[in-house]
Design a protein around this ligand. Structure first.
Ligand SMILES: [Zn+2]
Length: 254
């Protein structure tokens, strides 16, 4: 049993255990091209949280990794079979209830470890921060923590691409179909210039943007690349765990 993973721990250990920082991995259940499993984001987020938790724990950080929330916001994929959508208001309600428990039990630091691009926690964190003024609520997107270009040839994708394929080949190789069965992950752009330039935003209808549900070419993925990237990401994320666990909430700025 790993004492920093709530799902593995028990009341005997937990009741006297000091917890400075709760970590909540948040994923999604959605199609990932033809070759990766629907729970790709959950496998990634869980593995990164657990390994970063181990590294932080060994650095004396009092962290506790909560179970991964397996459903995320998939509002652009209503016609893709069995993509399970949580509306943002539902996500806010779930997050509220978890924070209510932490706040009541004097665990005042929470990091949401986001594993899915459709989850947007900023407005939720703003609102819940007003409601729970003693809480320090933060989130990170692990997929933005290190530069993909240092690890992958096709680094411009964002869904079931070379990065995600390499990670799952490393973490859950038995769940990856042979890469010759994978689609190319080609995606279309908006005709509207400002939307292409990313300073304006509108939901993309996923089924019209991509043929195989992927965005980004997965063909050059390898487990070795996945391992190197996983190690870099977990190092960086574990430092965030340590910094948050050690932070003095009355003295955050310099
Ligand atoms: Zn994904």
């Amino acid at each position: 049993m790993r004492p920093y993973i709530l799902a593995e721990s028990n009341w005997k250990a937990i009741k006297d255990q000091e917890v400075e920082l709760a970590v909540l991995p948040w994923g999604a259940t959605e199609a990932h091209n033809y070759h990766l499993p629907y729970a790709t984001d959950n496998y990634e987020g869980t593995a990164i949280a657990e390994e970063a938790g181990r590294l932080a724990w060994e650095n004396n950080a009092k962290v506790m990794v909560l179970p991964t929330i397996p459903f995320g916001v998939n509002t652009g994929q209503t016609d893709i079979k069995l993509d399970i959508n949580l509306h943002p208001s539902t996500q806010a309600a779930i997050l509220n209830d978890i924070i209510e428990v932490l706040d009541r039990q004097n665990i005042h630091k929470l990091l949401i470890l986001n594993s899915h691009g459709g989850n947007n926690f900023k407005p939720l964190v703003r609102e819940l921060g007003v409601k729970y003024p003693d809480m320090f609520i933060s989130f990170c997107n692990w997929f933005q923590s290190v530069d993909r270009g240092d690890f992958f040839e096709h680094a411009d994708g964002d869904h079931a691409d070379e990065m995600e394929t390499s990670l799952v080949m490393y973490l859950q190789p038995q769940l990856v179909r042979p890469l010759d069965e994978a689609g190319e992950g080609k995606s279309k752009q908006y005709r509207i210039k400002a939307l292409r330039e990313n300073w304006a935003w509108a939901e993309r209808k996923w089924s019209e943007v991509t043929e195989d549900t992927g965005v980004g070419n997965p063909k050059k993925a390898t487990a070795e690349k996945g391992k190197a990237y996983f190690e870099a990401v977990t190092q960086k994320v574990s430092q965030l765990f340590v910094d948050l666990a050690e932070a003095d909430l009355d003295n955050l700025y310099e």
